[in-house]
Design a binder for this molecule. Structure first.
Ligand SMILES: [Zn+2]
Length: 500
């Protein structure tokens, strides 16, 4: 059977400084989806990378007094270290200052020229170097987004033709996406009304830290034109065809709301002009705030994900972000809430549930293993609907609900222990009843590990290990733990303990 194919992309981050929690937040949307789809049996491609070109990067390297190539390499390494630490399992990582990427971008310029999709004309207007963005309609010289002083530009550039037909197609697409992403896509409404010329410039003159257009060596790729193509260039030719020329592949792109214009207007236009297919969906998410403002290098209110991961671990941070993750609004990261989450969910609910079950099992094993259970499958039938709901939340990408589902299951499990009191059954030598209860609890624990798998893969693995089971096929939700496999329960340890 041919495997179904899935591509998820995280944004290619600007590597003008070290990564902060906002970068991790965005990448986790993609990582969760990639892991979930893999568990569903898909062949998964997960593209992310580093946006290394452009004036802003050049300026930052000059400020830091380092050669620009060295500067981007150094920062890209920091990002890659974070991805490793946070267990972000990308399959492809694009670096836009690489030879391969530049070559691909040049091929695309050539194709657009051959297909007569380019116009060479004057650009006049204001340009914000910080945002790498034109603001043709503002009379104010301050950037409407970041409030920095903008530069006046007057130069000849290549423009990608954006005729009426293309505009209509894009507007139709935006309407479709708008239905789901109401909060953010409203911002795009004015895009078409505001601009007198809808064509957009895809080159800059004399922008030396960029990709040269090989038929016009005064012109360099506009950083967005170049970066967006990274989603394709990083794949080998067979993969490019399998994914970007094949409507059967499912493509989902994760983006922050601030880069929506580029992804929802420019990118689909580029794809259509270059004879590639469009993605099935965009997941536009809000920002992660600290003290009500966006985390960014310039405001200085960043939180280092490396520090908190080193203090707790990757899975704890992944779980916490999943519990607050929202694609409809901004979310707030608050250290106090994070600690509270650690104590109440991680220690009291999850770790405790695991410890209680394994301890009891070990203690009662000699008495319960001899019992005959006819139909252990029926023990977890009551869970079917619950698991079905969990899968539905993945379809709608409702991450807080996915988390809630796991939390509820743990609560119910802990309550079940308190209510059924297995220790009393043991004392009263009701071994058959005890066996049924223990099997039920063991299987709830296994399902907890199943549901946790895409979010907290290491915790999931540790639970499987203590149950002596491992994932062998995609239908593992239906696989039950049997008492026979528990003959050599290892020494029990808490998954997590309260902070000392
Ligand atoms: Zn700006």
């Amino acid at each position: 059977m041919i495997k179904k194919t899935f591509l998820v992309t995280a944004p290619l981050y600007y590597v003008n400084s070290s990564p902060h929690l906002g970068h991790l937040y965005s990448s986790l949307f993609a990582d969760f989806l990639a892991r979930y789809k893999k568990m569903q049996g898909y062949q998964v491609f997960f593209v992310m990378g580093a946006d290394q070109n452009g004036q802003k990067i050049l300026n930052a390297s000059q400020d830091a007094n380092i050669g620009v190539k060295k500067f981007v390499d150094k920062n890209t390494t920091k990002f890659k270290e974070l991805w490793k630490l946070a267990n972000i399992g990308y399959t492809h990582f694009v670096e836009t200052s690489s030879f391969n990427h530049a070559h691909f971008v040049q091929l695309m310029f050539q194709k657009l020229k051959d297909d007569q999709q380019l116009d060479y004309k004057n650009y006049v207007g204001l340009y914000c170097v910080h945002c790498e963005n034109f603001h043709p309609q503002t009379s104010n010289t301050k950037c409407p987004l970041c409030k920095r002083e903008m530069k006046k530009f007057l130069e000849e550039n290549y423009f990608l033709k954006f005729n009426l037909n293309a505009q209509k197609q894009i507007q139709k697409l935006i309407l479709q996406w708008q239905k789901k992403e109401k909060t953010f896509t409203n911002q795009l409404k004015d895009f078409f009304a505001q601009r007198s010329s809808k064509d957009f410039s895809i080159t800059r003159k004399n922008s030396p830290w960029g990709i040269m257009v090989d038929y016009d060596q005064n012109q360099f790729a506009y950083v967005w034109f170049d970066a967006l193509l990274g989603y394709i260039s990083v794949l080998n030719p067979q993969e490019q065809t399998l994914i970007w020329k094949n409507s059967k592949t499912e493509i989902i792109q994760i983006i922050g709301k601030e880069i929506m214009k580029f992804h929802l207007i420019y990118w689909p236009t580029m794809l259509m002009r270059l004879d590639y297919r469009l993605p099935n969906d965009f997941l536009v998410h809000g920002w992660i705030l600290k003290n009500q403002t966006k985390m960014s290098k310039t405001t200085g209110n960043t939180i280092s994900p490396v520090k908190i991961i080193n203090k707790f671990d990757a899975d704890v941070v992944r779980l916490y972000l999943c519990s607050i993750m929202n694609s409809d609004s901004d979310v707030t990261f608050n250290t106090r809430d994070f600690y509270k989450f650690y104590e109440s969910f991680v220690v009291d609910n999850l770790s405790n549930f695991h410890f209680r079950i394994i301890t009891m099992c070990k203690k009662y094993l000699p008495d319960i293993q001899k019992q005959k259970i006819e139909d252990s499958q029926s023990l977890t039938n009551f869970m079917d609907e619950f698991i079905e709901e969990y899968h539905q939340f993945w379809v709608t990408k409702s991450f807080t609900k996915i988390f809630k589902q796991i939390d509820t299951l743990l609560n119910n499990g802990n309550q079940m222990i308190n209510h059924e009191e297995p220790w009393k059954m043991h004392k009263q030598k009701k071994y058959n009843e005890l066996t049924m209860t223990m099997l039920k609890l063991l299987n709830i624990l296994k399902i907890v590990a199943d549901l946790l798998n895409p979010i907290a893969p290491s915790i999931s693995k540790r639970i499987y290990a203590s149950l002596n089971c491992r994932i062998i096929h995609s239908n593992f939700y239906k696989t039950n733990v049997k008492l026979q496999q528990l003959s050599d329960l290892e020494k029990i340890t808490y998954l997590y303990e309260k902070e000392k």
